[in-house]
Design a binder for this molecule. Structure first.
Ligand code: GSH
Length: 332
């Protein structure tokens, strides 16, 4: 009986899967450098002679020697500083602004759900997860919205990943959300790039051949909400279905070589960083969190490993892993 209903739902599976993944079928620190310049009398500043006089007044004319000693000490501090790894940390909101109850209805491997989780994790907002069965969707029967993610925040239903993040952001950082700055345009542009471009790179890559499609479905079924029989049938039937769907998606999004397109997207993102640790500067902004969230489900699949091996995105990704830290998910 159970088996029959599972198999009967397979056409629905391919429909669900085709809409998944995109709706179409993720030196020296300046201060140290400044100090060194001061210790070395400065090279550009007109205050250099005054500084030497100031040092001489303490050292009976041996200001130069003293300065060299200070410079040496500072240089060793600078070397130690440059060797010490940067520490990137989460950014929790003030306790009063943290919602009391947050529940995420999701598919574990869904890039849109992972965008929302990246935001919640980075801001250390505790959340419960309800893993939705993509075949029956019985866990979201109560909602008129038929996709995931759905986020319940203190009883209020939020839908659509980017809208969810905007609304949460204005709840937990109201002052930043209200004040607009030129950086916002850049953040907005790249968030749109994630939704309109980057997500479309995923399916053609993770289902590009039978081996990778099976690897992806192994990950999806191991982490998703499926019964035992569903797991087996979904793994093989899903992998086969998505292999064909991904070919259609390639056509739809004009992708000829899916890996080359993924690498190009990764390089485009690194170029956008323009030497900064994050698009947001010294801390991730919403675009960093969106790119990270969308790439997180594929990072340790063959395609994600290839991407890190063949592009410059790895260092930024590692910084993001460090900043986002441990999941804020409440274990049931
Ligand atoms: N624009 C939506 C897209 C959400 C979406 O397409 N989610 C997929 C899962 S990755 C889904 O629920 N598809 C419908 C289905 O599974 O039936 C968002 O950003 O949240």
């Amino acid at each position: 009986m159970r088996r029959a209903s599972t198999l009967a739902s397979l056409p629905r599976l391919s429909r669900s899967l085709s809409t998944a993944h995109g709706g179409a079928a993720s030196t020296l620190a300046p201060a140290t450098y400044g100090l060194l310049q001061v210790a070395l009398y400065g090279t550009t500043s007109t205050g250099s002679q005054a500084r030497r006089r100031w040092l001489d007044s303490f050292s009976g004319g041996s200001g130069r020697k003293l300065a060299i000693g200070v410079a040496g000490t500072l240089a060793s501090v600078a070397v130690a500083t440059s060797l010490a790894p940067e520490v990137y940390a989460k950014e929790p909101p003030p306790a009063a602004l943290v919602p009391k109850e947050v529940v995420l209805y999701q598919y574990e491997a869904c890039p849109f759900c992972n965008k929302v989780k990246a935001f919640l994790d980075y801001h250390d907002i505790p959340y419960k997860v309800v893993e939705v069965n993509p075949l029956s969707k019985k866990e979201i029967k109560w909602s008129e919205y038929k996709k995931v993610p759905i986020l319940m925040v203190d009883g209020e239903q939020l839908v659509d990943s980017s809208a969810i993040i905007d609304q949460l952001n204005s709840k937990i950082v109201p002052e930043r959300a209200a004040a607009s700055s030129p950086d916002d345009d850049e953040e907005k542009k790249w968030r749109q790039w994630v939704d309109n471009h980057l997500v479309h790179m995923l399916s053609p890559n993770i289902y590009r051949n039978t081996l990778e499609a099976l690897e992806s479905f192994d990950y999806i079924t191991s982490n998703g909400n499926f019964s035992y029989t569903e797991k087996i049938s979904v793994k093989y039937a899903g992998a086969a279905a998505m292999y064909f769907v991904s070919k259609k998606l390639k056509k739809k999004y004009n992708i000829t070589d899916e890996r080359a397109s993924l690498y190009e997207a990764a390089e485009t993102w690194v170029d956008a960083l323009n030497g900064r640790d994050f698009l947001g500067g010294s801390k991730p902004n919403l675009a960093d969190l969106a790119v990270f969230g969308v790439l997180r489900p594929i990072r340790y699949l063959r395609s994600g490993k290839d991407m890190v091996e063949h592009t410059r995105i790895g260092e930024w990704y590692s910084r993001m892993e460090q900043a986002v830290g441990e999941p804020a998910r409440i274990k049931a």
